[in-house]
Write a protein that binds this ligand. Structure first.
Ligand SMILES: [Zn+2]
Length: 476
């Protein structure tokens, strides 16, 4: 059993983020004065962003080490601030996670520096001050200061991260390098296993392996992003993509795909290559026009050992989705601009995924008002983003300061998700031969986390809690 008590001598777990919300994953384990932080994510929901500016719950210098599940910003994006404020321990993760995290953190620092400069300019013009200093949360230099702290290990290997705390990494099947971390704590000669799922992927998805499963644990900290939903099957995705592309080709139009740089862009390449290999769509030029997606794709190419069987076969047969004949990786801005003059049909994959920045905005300006073209959305569009406004059916939108008529086809492909849905999460938990002493449901919007917690209690009868932000529990 665990008790909701403040007590320092026992093993304690504190939920410092992604507790009844999705972002800012930070779980702190304390054993005999040693502190280990599992994930160190950035808060990204507008109404929780304040927490990024709050002083860390404990002095960062008192944390022994960080265990990083994967490279998404809501899991790694607070690391530079932690280091800036005194953390000097090691950051343990897989090699691919370390490489991708570096790319993502550098991009995050650039955006924060730009935002701070823009805000300072705007506030000056308006003669007012904002709620926070017009400074970036961290800079490129702060990010670079984290690099020497990374200590990498491969799947199924373990490391001692503090006295009496061992961590082992297993494939989470979510994005390249993502891990489920099994932490073993030894206290008074007794061992306790705590599983931190990070984000869990879906079985049968392309490129990465299926998530590892476990038959035993004392405690489980499980995500619940889609804890109240079921995804569409993969086969539907392929058909929908092929249909959209063929229809646009018939009209002689261009297909613009706003896409996230990590995993989604590589998955889109996978499907396009697959559809061409199987003659479901004609041979058509594909432009990957996102410098960050291009850098991340390079990391994918360098880690064939992490691919699933089907992907490994493609590599062996020289049919890699990252190197097919029609694929063009766009590098310079000039090259990107030159696509405007090129007659269709062809496909452009560009960031950002929700059209909030990046090169996709220019492609929208040039293509969204032509009925021959299609804008194909392959990811979640948050409220308040340009992407959301477009998929919600507006007829005229402001892009880069000017109003544009939407005449292109707007298509949404559902089912592209790197998170297990509620059924898949439940199946994953069911692999445990006996109920853990307790299951903690995190990393989901409140209604999703609560719904999933209820489902777990009802369907598998294990004790389950959806912890509150800042809640501390004793694991004994
Ligand atoms: Zn993730």
């Amino acid at each position: 059993m665990f008790r909701f008590l403040k007590h320092n001598k026992k093993t304690t777990l504190r939920f410092l983020g992604a507790a009844r919300n999705v972002t800012g994953s930070r779980h702190m384990l304390e054993v005999d004065g040693a502190r280990v932080l599992v994930d160190c994510g950035l808060y990204q929901e507008r109404h929780f962003k304040d927490r990024n500016w709050d002083p860390f719950t404990v002095p960062p210098s008192s944390i022994n080490s960080v265990l990083l599940t994967h490279a998404h910003l809501d899991h790694c994006g607070f690391l530079p601030k932690l280091v800036k404020e005194g953390f000097t321990g090691k950051i343990y993760c897989t090699d691919a996670t370390a490489e991708i995290t570096k790319i993502i953190l550098l991009d995050s620092a650039h955006i924060q520096e730009e935002d701070a400069a823009y805000k300072a300019k705007r506030h000056k013009k308006q003669g007012r001050a904002g709620p926070y200093p017009e400074q970036p949360l961290y800079t490129v230099a702060d990010v670079e200061a984290c690099f020497p702290l990374f200590s990498t290990l491969s799947y199924k290997s373990c490391v001692s991260v503090a006295d009496n705390i061992e961590a082992c990494f297993y494939d989470a099947g979510h994005v390249l390098g993502s891990s489920i971390i099994k932490v073993t704590v030894t206290e008074d000669g007794q061992k306790r296993i705590i599983l931190f799922t990070g984000d869990i992927g879906r079985p049968g998805r392309p490129i990465v392996e299926d998530p590892a499963s476990f038959d035993q644990a004392d405690y489980v900290v499980v995500e619940s992003t889609y804890g109240d939903r079921i995804h569409q099957p993969t086969e539907d995705i392929k058909n929908a993509v092929a249909h959209t592309i063929n229809k646009t080709i018939e009209k002689g139009g261009k297909i613009i795909i706003p896409s996230f740089a990590l995993e989604r862009s590589q998955e889109v390449l996978y499907y396009l290559n697959d559809l061409m290999l199987n003659n479901k769509i004609p041979q058509i030029k594909v432009f990957l026009d996102s410098p960050m997606a291009a850098r991340i794709t390079t990391v994918f190419r360098q880690h064939p050992e992490l691919f699933d069987k089907k992907m490994s076969e493609l590599i062996k047969n020289h049919e890699s989705p990252f190197e097919f004949a029609q694929l063009n990786i766009v590098q310079s801005t000039e090259e990107s601009k030159s696509l405007n003059a090129l007659p269709g049909p062809f496909i452009i994959i560009a960031g950002s995924g929700m059209c909030t920045g990046g090169r996709v905005k220019h492609h929208l300006v040039n293509n969204i008002s032509d009925p021959k073209n299609t804008i194909m959305f392959v990811g979640y569009q948050a409220v308040g983003t340009l992407g959301r406004t477009i998929v919600d059916g507006e007829k005229r939108v402001r892009i880069l300061g000017e109003k544009r008529d939407i005449r292109a086809d707007i298509v949404r492909i559902h089912g592209f998700s790197s998170h297990a849905d509620k059924k898949e999460l439940l199946e994953w938990l069911k692999k445990l031969k006996a109920c853990p002493r307790h299951i903690f449901v995190v990393h989901g919007e409140e209604q999703s986390a609560l719904a999933f917690g209820k489902l777990v209690s009802e369907q598998i009868g294990c004790k389950t809690t959806v912890p509150e932000f800042g809640q501390s529990v004793i694991l004994d």
